[in-house]
Design a protein around this ligand. Structure first.
Ligand code: ADP
Length: 271
């Protein structure tokens, strides 16, 4: 079975997150060094895919990254997403909405940030926050967030129908691993800037977040926009698994070099 098949949430099924071990390494029985070697190969393939995607200029790739605080989104971007040429790639972080964003519907800022033809967009957090933090912190009533799952499915179906391939990844870490990573942030002055007191608040609501994630994954994993749950306690496995999932998507997208506009066979480059 491929990584994608192993880690994908089948449409219409609800994942039992408590039963997925964040320290497990599904589909890989090698060690950390073997994972690094394989990642190098995958990065090469992602680099050449992106060149073809750009040259072809017909399709887009949207990668949605979600995780609890400390889940490793930033590390993943550094280790895997950097395989793509920055000229054709944009990483967009979604934080607390600005006043202007709040004056619009919650998908307004998201739609504006989707990748154009030939481009790759990486959402570091996304419209899913509108059924996660918004639900857990009761920022809007249930009657409002409850309708958003269908709205998100419709929105993503529109993107997919317009040649955007969507890959959604939830980095699944354990409570113990989160504690260790938070502790490192506190112990290491070079990591202090990463610390936010809000991080502890999300830890207090751990159970609510797990429930909100399980609903989002269950209700919004679709053939055209699947969710993947990646066990992420081991950073090396996290990077490897996401790279494998992206390579699978890249192979299916299979962008083609465009034909040359002119007949190049008769061109002679002057001395
Ligand atoms: P990150 O933690 O991803 O590195 P930040 O430190 O900028 O990035 O945190 C972004 C914060 O914005 C998170 O606490 C997240 O819950 C919050 N956020 C994102 N989207 C929304 C939203 N739609 N409504 C409220 N808060 C949001």
């Amino acid at each position: 079975m491929s990584f994608g098949e192993l880690l994908r949430i089948a449409p219409g099924t609800k994942p039992d997150l408590a039963a997925i071990d964040p320290a497990s390494t599904p589909g890989f029985d090698g060690d950390k060094d073997a994972a690094h070697d394989r990642l190098k190969e995958l990065r090469h393939e992602l680099t050449s895919f992106q060149e073809r995607l750009w040259a072809e200029g017909r399709q887009s790739l949207l990668i949605v990254l979600q995780a609890l605080d400390g889940g490793g989104k930033d590390g993943l971007i550094r280790k895997v997403i950097t395989a793509f040429n920055p000229q054709g790639t944009r990483v967009i972080g979604f934080g607390v909405p600005t006043e202007e964003e709040l004056r619009h519907d919650y998908l307004w800022r998201v739609h504006a940030a989707t990748p154009g033809k030939g481009r790759i967009g990486v959402f570091n957090r996304s419209h899913y926050e509108d059924v996660l933090v918004v639900r857990v912190n009761e920022l809007v009533p249930e009657s409002v967030w409850e309708k958003r799952y269908d709205q998100i499915n419709d929105f993503e179906a529109t993107l997919a129908a317009n040649d955007t391939r969507i890959v959604k990844v939830f980095l699944h870490i354990s409570r113990d691993e989160q504690r260790e990573r938070f502790q490192k942030r506190i112990d290491d002055p070079a990591k202090h800037w990463k610390w936010s007191s809000g991080d502890l608040e999300t830890r207090e609501h751990w159970g609510d977040y797990q429930a909100a994630y399980a609903d989002a994954l269950a209700r919004c994993s679709r053939d055209h926009a699947p969710w993947f749950v990646v066990p992420a306690d081991h950073k090396w496995y996290r990077d490897l698994a996401v790279a494998e999932i992206l390579v699978e998507a890249a192979r299916e997208m299979d962008p083609q070099w465009p034909e040359a506009g002119d007949d190049l066979s008769s061109i002679v480059i002057p001395q």
